[in-house]
Design a protein around this ligand. Structure first.
Ligand code: SF4
Length: 380
């Protein structure tokens, strides 16, 4: 199967979901990496009590996030020769689960399970949500695609607030076993000054425990009000920073993210991105979008606008997940995702900003298609 076919297949699997036979689930949570719902749930259906894989790998190394949908025509079965992906009765090709990190079995010095503090996303991205909380839900102003509260209540699988020292311990364990290559840190919704202090303390802890001078990876904080906050993050040793803008089209941003747009305007995001580029350097700043909730035209305008000022883009492919306001809706077709991401990749490639793959790479990303599309152009 050629590489573009694999992106098309990944787009189909993200927009349609899939299901897995009991036989193929053997070893999930022991030998192979399971979902731990560190922040959001991305499945089409909840699956309390059933350990599902977080993601899987296609033959060319493409990482695909597993999104459970028992109505999908795609499914994975186990055969004598390993796992196979099927559509209806048609065999598509072999797939593999990802190994379960060894630190998932370990505990911190104070006895907390490490897997409840940090999890590996994709094959190599160590993810921490330092606080699973967002105040927009209490006011009924959560982003329409977000199921943070429902996921937390349904699975109750991670610590809601993580201790900075323990985050450092988990980072040391994950990097020393070799699986983690980057970190990704986010923290829901915070008072901004408090967030700067909290995040810098966490970064200091990660550096002390791992021995890193600078930490490969990305933080996703709220936009900083002033340049000094951004300098503080940079001096704390993180290599890259991103902002979850979600939607480029401004009226749609206000409609889809009512609480967030009350507290952070579109222009504030752009100002923060520009300031962050001055400090972190071109390619080390990201605008994070949810792809599939706005027209292709405005999404691509956003990609063009942020890359033209020197930022990279991470567009997560939207799925109508349970507990979000858009539960039960449908994502665009896989063809829409494919065409849009190939055009986005052209734009990113043509701007020739540094790829930043030392901080975020295609192996981090089971739920985005952009790195895969850039791989077609030799960017890894
Ligand atoms: S800001 Fe939006 S996406 Fe982020 S946690 Fe709150 S509701 Fe969810």
């Amino acid at each position: 199967m050629n590489k573009q076919k694999n992106i098309e297949l990944k787009a189909e699997l993200l927009s349609e979901g899939l299901w897995v036979t009991d036989k193929a689930l053997s070893g999930i949570g022991t030998q192979y990496k399971e979902q731990n719902h560190g922040l959001f749930g991305w499945d089409f259906e909840d699956h309390v009590g059933i350990a599902l894989p977080d993601d899987f790998v296609l033959q060319d190394g493409t990482i695909v996030q597993l999104r459970m949908n028992t109505r999908s025509s795609y499914w994975i079965d186990a055969t004598g020769n390993g796992l196979v992906l099927l559509k209806g009765r048609r065999k598509i090709g072999p797939v593999e689960w990802l190994p379960r990190p060894a630190f998932y079995k370990r505990k911190t010095k104070s006895g907390r399970e490490m897997v409840k503090i940090g999890q590996i996303g994709g094959a190599d991205c160590l993810f921490f949500c330092y606080q699973n909380f967002c105040s927009h839900f209490a006011r009924g102003k959560q982003c329409l695609f977000c199921n943070l509260v429902s996921t937390t209540v349904t699975y109750d699988s991670v610590l809601r607030k993580k201790d900075s020292e323990e985050i450092g311990e988990v980072a040391a364990a994950a990097f020393s076993e070799g699986q983690a290559k980057h970190v990704l840190l986010t923290g829901g919704c915070f008072d901004r000054q408090k967030e700067v202090d909290v995040l810098c303390t966490i970064l200091d802890s990660i550096r002390r425990h791992t021995g890193f001078d600078t930490i490969p990876g990305t933080i996703l904080p709220s936009p900083a009000r002033n340049k000094d906050d951004l300098k503080a993050y940079h001096e704390a040793g993180i290599q890259a920073i991103g902002y979850s803008m979600e939607i480029w089209d401004e009226p749609l941003y206000r409609a889809i993210c009512p609480g967030k747009s009350d507290s952070v305007s579109h222009d504030e995001f752009i100002d923060s991105i520009k300031t962050a580029i001055d400090i972190f350097g071109a390619g080390n700043v990201y605008a994070v979008f949810v792809m599939g909730l706005e027209p292709k035209k405005t999404f691509l305008e956003g990609v063009k606008a942020v890359t033209s000022i020197g930022a990279n883009v991470v567009p997560f492919a939207w799925s109508p997940n349970p507990g979000s306001m858009l539960e039960g809706h449908r994502a665009p077709s896989s063809q829409w995702f494919l065409e849009t991401i190939l055009e986005a990749a052209e734009i990113v490639y043509d701007t020739a900003i540094p790829a930043g793959t030392e901080n975020h790479c295609y192996r981090c990303d089971g739920n985005s298609l952009l790195h895969d599309a850039l791989r077609l152009k030799g960017v890894e």
